[in-house]
Design a protein around this ligand. Structure first.
Ligand SMILES: [Zn+2]
Length: 502
């Protein structure tokens, strides 16, 4: 578990500016009920491995959460787990993604949801993302979702057809602005959609499902006033954000691809039920491309987080540590697109190691009198200003590299810092490098596994030497002790290897 309690609170007198996707402007962040901040981020649909683009989004919101906390806000961070209702396409058609995967893997849908929720948590913790305060699931909030549908029905903004409920977008748009977030125009949207073929239950192609009827073969279904069924995908976020953060809350985030239709539909559902806008600041993380192209499984232009960690060919050239990958992502502003290539990742890996070494060197540096021309006050202000400027991590990192120059000069003793400057520098490196950027290696599972690898190589070499000297007692002791620790050694022509028996 990662703790952020040790944060040094940053002066809140300096204003934080956030780019609000709703107003399309960068404005001063004024929470509804300071020092409390409510933040909701759309979480994963747990039917497969978390994708690198999604990982980037979660790292971006981790940075945002860390900075808000560093400023002294008491943040309630809610991130959901979608474990039902997300159909294969946005037009409310196709199979439920989780049910489909369950069928393919011959598991219960809840086994799929659990398996990929566990994997998701494992990956996020490897990438140093702090867990949210509340992580609600869609299946755990069916009652709240049914209540929300009833509220929308009571306003006349949804209709029932054959046990399914649809949101009436055209009727809603008579008195509300559908498209307020995405900037899409309802007339254009209508002209861009296919005509209904008469078979469709929807009155209008833009309408979206709030509740879908499920036949008895469907495992994931619940009773409702309209018969057995399951909730529509957009509904859970409206129901759960309101439940845990109130009818209006501060920040709602997610990837850019969720702006439309998902977030637009969330706004519509909320306004229909409660008559007010749900969120003050909408924040959207931008996309990650691979070698200049959209990541796509079907084109083979696709890598997963573990492909980077393990160095899986052909797209990945060598193993990268999760912290180098996290650093690579933080080197770009969350609102900009980022292209992943092995050249860019390799450069980030080198830069990160340089920064990491400097941070380690700093702890050894002693104060001196050959004072460097370094205005520490100006430097700390610049770091803070970077983060206050819409969480500008690339500018913060550039400032940290300014400190690297000074640290190196102090290390080779060509310059020095006085006691007070040094104390301020150490305190702020602690704040920005470890706590805000989250680049702390000590709890990373990968570092542990690298260490384990190193220790095992040493043990195998010692055993090899013992065997060469016909010291069977030592060699057997090593093998038997490892065996009792559930580590098996296999001797082969190419030498010995080891594996952990699960
Ligand atoms: Zn959502």
């Amino acid at each position: 578990m990662i703790s952020i309690e040790a944060f040094i609170f940053v002066a809140m007198s300096d204003k934080l500016y956030i780019y609000n996707s709703l107003t399309r402007e960068k404005t001063v962040f004024e929470p509804l009920n300071p020092p409390f901040v409510g933040m909701y981020v759309c979480g994963p649909t747990v039917y497969n491995e978390v994708h690198l683009g999604n990982l980037r989004t979660f790292i971006s919101f981790d940075l945002i959460y860390r900075w808000l906390t560093a400023r002294g806000y008491k943040v309630r961070y809610v991130r959901n787990i979608t474990d039902v209702g997300h159909l294969e396409n946005d037009a409310d058609e196709g199979e439920d993604k989780i049910s489909k995967r369950a069928r393919l893997e011959q598991l219960e849908p809840m086994e799929i949801a659990q398996k990929y929720s566990n994997r998701f948590h494992e990956v996020l913790s490897l990438f140093r993302c702090i867990p949210p305060s509340i992580e609600p699931t869609a299946t755990g909030h069916i009652i709240e979702q049914i209540e929300l549908i009833q509220a929308i029905l009571s306003k006349g903004l949804a209709y029932e057809v054959n046990g399914s409920i649809y949101f009436d977008v055209k009727k809603y748009a008579e008195h509300n602005h559908y498209g307020i977030l995405s900037g899409r125009n309802i007339e254009e949207l209508l002209s861009g959609t296919r005509n209904l073929d008469g078979q469709d239950e929807k009155r209008n192609p833009l309408d979206f499902a709030l509740w879908k009827k499920a036949d008895p073969s469907h495992i994931m279904r619940w009773p409702s006033p309209w018969g057995n069924g399951f909730p529509g995908w957009h509904l859970e976020c409206s129901a759960m954000s309101t439940k845990y953060l109130g009818t209006t809350f501060d920040i709602h985030g997610g990837g850019m691809d969720l702006k439309f239709p998902h977030h637009e539909c969330e706004i519509a559902q909320h306004c229909a039920a409660h008559g007010s806008m749900p969120v003050k600041y909408w924040i959207h993380g931008n996309m990650l491309t691979l070698n200049g192209k959209k990541m796509s499984k079907s084109d083979g232009n696709f890598v997963l987080p573990f492909d980077l960690i393990n160095g899986t060919p052909p797209l990945v050239d060598k193993p990268y540590s999760p912290l180098s990958i996290r650093f690579f992502m933080l080197q770009a502003h969350y609102g900009s697109t980022l292209d992943l290539s092995m050249e860019a990742l390799g450069a980030a890996d080198k830069a990160f190691k340089r920064l990491q070494q400097s941070v380690k060197d700093l702890s050894e540096i002693q104060p001196g009198d050959t004072l460097a021309d370094f205005d520490i006050g100006k430097w700390t202000d610049a770091c803070q200003a970077a983060m206050n400027d819409d969480f500008n991590s690339p500018v913060l990192i550039a400032n940290l590299f300014e400190a690297v120059k000074i640290i190196n000069a102090c290390k080779d003793k060509s310059k020095s810092l006085d006691k007070q400057q040094l104390a301020i520098l150490k305190e702020h490196i602690q704040l920005y490098f470890y706590q805000v950027l989250g680049l702390d290696e000590t709890a990373s599972g990968v570092v542990e596994s690298e260490m384990m690898n190193g220790i095992m190589q040493l043990i195998l070499e010692l055993r090899k030497t013992a065997r060469e000297q016909k010291d069977w007692k030592t060699s057997d002791k090593i093998r038997d002790t490892l065996q009792s620790l559930k580590i098996t050694i296999k001797d082969g022509k190419e030498g010995s290897t080891w594996q952990i028996n699960n």
